[in-house]
Write a new protein. Structure first.
Length: 346
């Protein structure tokens, strides 16, 4: 991928001054005018979205930006960095990254160069948080991201993770000041991951937005029969079918069938007492995860007591964050299984 307006006036003059002859000044003037027209007109053309392009419905575009590249790949593997870039045995690497599999939607926007990377970054960060996205990692500039924009783009979009040519683009990913955001949004049985890469170029600021749509595994619905068999045999059971809003302890309506089954079991075993235990994956801050897991456990307990008539003396709620995973957190499928609420017999 190339920046087609890289043929600057300075380069033109350098070429001309090597020429000989009486008409050198005329040549300089002529080529200068042509170069200025070429450079100005090319970027001026980018005032409307390219044909067939549209915003991803999950993220609003930056004001006064224009879509210059649009591509959707139905299924592919995508490696998403969620930490600073570091040196490992002399090579650039990320201490933490996610391997995702699913649909990938890439949109490249351009905006006026006066909207620098820091300004665009703060706007995106604020908008994502207000829209309920969980920020997995973010940074503005070399200090926060671990290295220069050249090293980051080479390792992520170049010969490192090869996310440049793999999903395409109108412009390359090189430039000066830059910023980066990795975020996540959950909706029912689907997880969406966003990668926002913002880079200042000579004539404009480019925003590369990748949205990766990952279908979560179907864990099914916990039944009264499963509750009886599993608790009698193992003393605990993951309460599949309980869903929360992303990053919150708010139970969604999709959880009603599972809650009814759990309440039915508890009301038929009033002589037994149980712990409701919340678990998270390993994404984000541990203390935040501890708070979230406890709040989700309490939300389930309160729902069972207040809406389904379960005796409050039967239940106690606790959270353990990511201290007790049932599988590896290295894949999205594993993380989905580890995000759970369990019922444990006392």
């Amino acid at each position: 991928m190339k920046d087609y307006n890289q043929f600057s006036v300075a380069k033109v003059l350098k070429i001309v001054f090597f020429q000989k002859g009486d008409f050198i000044m005329k040549k300089i003037t002529l080529i200068l005018v042509i170069a200025l027209m070429f450079s100005t007109n090319l970027f001026a053309l980018e005032t409307e979205d390219i044909k067939g392009a549209k915003d991803n419905p999950l993220i609003s575009r930056f004001d006064n930006s224009v879509i210059v590249y649009y591509n959707t790949v139905k299924w592919d593997t995508y490696i998403l960095p969620v930490s600073k870039i570091i040196k490992v045995e002399g090579q650039n690497a990320w201490k933490k990254k996610l391997k995702l599999e699913g649909e990938v939607n890439r949109i490249q926007y351009v905006t006026d160069k006066n909207n620098n990377a820091s300004f665009v970054y703060m706007n995106y960060l604020s908008a994502l948080k207000k829209s309920g996205w969980e920020i997995l990692f973010s940074g503005n500039g070399s200090n926060e991201l671990g290295n220069s924009s050249y090293e980051w783009q080479y390792t992520m979009f170049g010969e490192g993770l090869d996310l440049g040519d793999k999903f395409g683009g109108k412009y390359n990913f090189r430039g000066s000041d830059y910023a980066y955001i990795a975020a996540k949004f959950e909706e029912n049985d689907t997880s969406y991951y966003a990668m926002i890469y913002i880079i200042e170029k000579d004539d404009f600021t480019m925003i590369n937005q990748d949205i990766i749509k990952v279908k979560n595994p179907d864990l099914g619905l916990v039944t009264a029969k499963q509750l009886t068999e599993k608790i009698d045999k193992k003393g605990h059971l993951a309460l599949d079918g309980i869903f929360f809003e992303t990053g919150k302890a708010t139970i969604t309506e999709k959880s009603i069938p599972a809650l009814k089954n759990i309440a039915g079991y508890l009301n038929n075993h009033k002589n037994k007492k149980f712990f409701i235990v919340g678990h998270t994956d390993n994404m984000g801050n541990f203390q935040d995860n501890m708070t979230l897991s406890e709040n989700r456990a309490k939300a389930v307990m309160n729902e069972l007591i207040n809406k389904y008539g379960v005796d409050k003396n039967q239940l106690q709620a606790y959270g353990v964050a990511n201290l007790s995973p049932i599988t590896s957190n290295s894949t999205e499928k594993g993380r989905a299984k580890n995000r759970r609420v369990e019922i444990v017999e006392q």
